[in-house]
Each structure stands twice: as C-alpha cells, then as structure tokens.
Design a protein around this ligand. Structure first.
Ligand code: SF4
Length: 186
C-alpha cells in the first residue's frame, strides 16, 4: 500500500481535510501536510466544534458518526463523516460557514466516493449550514470521480514537493488560520 511522504520524511494519509484544502489553497494543503497546524488556536474552529456539539444533541439515534477507509490506485484514503443515516443512505455534513463553498461539496463527494470504493452504492450527501438555515444536496457523477482521482494524484505531488507553494493573495486568506503565518513581514 502506498502513501505519501512529506518534507520531514513522515508518512501522510489522505483524508477529507486534504481534499477540502486542495480546493481552497495548495499552500494551506502543503502546510497542513507538513505538520504546521494553526487550527487548534483558532476561535473559528472552536466555534465550529460548538456548533457540531449542539447539533449532535438533536440527532436521531440511527444517525452516527462514521469512519471510512478505502483504497484507490493502491493509495489508502480515509474520512470521517459527521453523521451517516444508514437507513436512507445519506451523509450529513455540518458547516459553520456563512457561505456555501465548493470545497465543502468536494469533501462530501469524496465521502460518497469512499462509500462507492467500499462497495456501497447510491449514497447521497446533505450539507447543512445552520447559520444560513440552508441545506444542500450533493451527488457524485462519473466526471466527479475522474476529478477526485486526479485530485488524489495532485495532492500526492503537493505533499511530496519539498517547496511550500506561494501565498495566493486571495480574499479568503483573511479568514484562514494560516493568515498570520503567511503574511507576517509583508
Ligand atoms: S492565508 Fe491564504 S495563502 Fe496562506 S494558507 Fe491560508 S489561504 Fe493559503
């Protein structure tokens, strides 16, 4: 079984966080994969955890958090679904964000793909945005699978590159936990 190795010679398993960061910023993905993690100091993440805990209390019992793993091209892939409603085959993902993001959709598509790779078909996803009082349904197409396959290959290249990708100078940087790290001295 293959897995990728970062600059510090540590093995890195691909998770949904890598997929999410790939679609947000390649620098963020590289920093995270190299063990530079600012998330624990971030109020935004703390707020997200609270949101999850409060939402958990209202869940019916047949919905449970689920760990997933599957293999693609001899690469091990992992994921942890917020809630999986096994009766209706629906993944529920809760996002604290006040806007709908492409990276969230890809994260859920990745989960559906892991189910498929494990032999479980016809799974759908629902992303819940409590702040927006909005839900979004996510499905996985054949084209999406091809994109996820390419994505895993590209993520591997980014992890194994000893050079950190450049700062992206995007408006999303202001809400990123690496903001100070990236812009100190500028
Ligand atoms: S602050 Fe911007 S450039 Fe730095 S990791 Fe975050 S999104 Fe990427």
């Amino acid at each position: 079984m293959e897995c990728f190795t970062n600059k510090h010679n540590q093995k890195v398993n691909i998770t949904a966080t890598h997929i999410n960061y790939y679609f947000v910023c390649h620098r963020k993905l590289w920093l995270f994969s190299n063990g530079i993690n600012m998330e624990h100091t971030s109020d935004i993440v703390y707020e997200g955890k609270l949101l999850h805990e409060n939402s958990y209390e209202q869940r019916p019992q047949n919905r449970q958090e689920m760990m997933l793993s599957a293999t693609y091209n001899n690469i091990e892939l992992f994921g942890r679904v917020d809630f999986y409603d096994s009766k209706n085959k629906i993944i529920h993902e809760i996002k604290k964000s006040d806007k709908v993001e492409t990276a969230h959709q890809w994260q859920v598509k990745y989960y559906i793909w892991l189910f498929q790779l494990s032999g479980i078909q016809d799974v759908k996803g629902i992303i819940e945005y409590p702040k927006l009082r909005k839900t979004e349904t996510v499905e996985l197409s054949g084209k999406d699978i091809t994109e996820l396959q390419q994505c895993v290959t590209e993520i591997g290249k980014i992890i194994e590159n000893p050079e950190c990708p450049p700062v992206i100078h995007s408006k999303i940087c202001k809400s990123c936990s690496y903001y100070e790290f990236c812009y100190v001295g500028e």
